[in-house]
Ligand binder design. Sequence first.
Ligand SMILES: [Zn+2]
Ligand SMILES: [Zn+2]
Length: 370
Amino acid sequence: MKKAKLDDNIDEKIEEKLYSDDNIGVTVFKCQNCGGETIFEPNSQKMKCLYCGSMFDINNLSVAKERDLDELLKSGNVWDETEVYQCKTCGAKEILSKQEVSVKCSFCGTNNIIKTDEIPGIKPQGVTPFKLDKIKANEIAIKWARKKLYAPRNFKKSVKAENIYGIYNPVFTFDSQTITWYRGVLGKNYVKYRVVNGKRVAHTETRYFNINGSQDMLFDDLIVQSSTSIPSEIIKSIEPFPTKNAVAYKTEFLRGYSATTYNKSGEECWNECKIAMKERIERAILKRYDYDIKVSLSIDTKYLNEQYKFILVPIYVGHYNYKEKLYNFYVNGYNGRIGGKTPVSKLKVSFTVLLVLLLIAGVIFMLMYF
Ligand SMILES: [Zn+2]
Ligand SMILES: [Zn+2]
């Protein structure tokens, strides 16, 4: 019963998005049978007509290809078939394909959103399409909330997930071959015996040694988030996203969905990626030696054949509604992993604290009297 209701709401919203006044007379992505609007449908990975339900293949699908990094750093590849909307309540920025009008903010659920003059930025070359639909995301959200230990009982009994929207989150993936020259000083401890007052006494000494050499490493599809709209610890909790299977971007994938704008540039993301690579290179170098103390290690890395992909990964954002307050949750649109917040029952937390205190008191009592 509830499921059906949610589904109706979603369809209504999509219709609102597609059939507001701004869209009249625009003919894009029409159904070949009835002329209705089509949206991307995750279960079939096809375009579906909102009216007659006809399904259409997305033509000319291909795998997203890497591009040379030079291209990114001088980039002028603008994503022009889209527009940026901003929420006046929470400040979130969303990208929608032209002719679509978002009625509600995906992040805070208010309908206080306005179109901006901002340019959406660079066009993604790949997308990991949604594999789960909204009904499934809703099921996952409700199951998860019911299992929450400290959530109030009333909340769990009639848990409601609202405003579920599919949002594509932008990420960069980088590939690079690396050659690193290094030098440093490491120390290895050993035990030495001395005779003090006629007794053999052990003590530890350290032998220091110089290291130098080169280390080659290959990095493939290192992911760097380029948007901070969704907290990074949430993203971490719902990873992975299969960026390797990303398909070449087509506007069709955005129909019925939105994307978040990126707020870290390609260059910033590449620098972040270099830090991550540097850490892994250092670890690989140190693994080659038997040592206890790292005194110093300096490395000089050359990056070769650097390539990148700018791709969109699928996330459902929704809200739990409890006592007039909204709590955000996020579902990985590919594998269904979920993260976010639920209300916390003060009573349940207090009860647990009390129980722990009683246990401690019990242990002390036992220690004292038995
Ligand atoms: Zn149709
Ligand atoms: Zn908002």
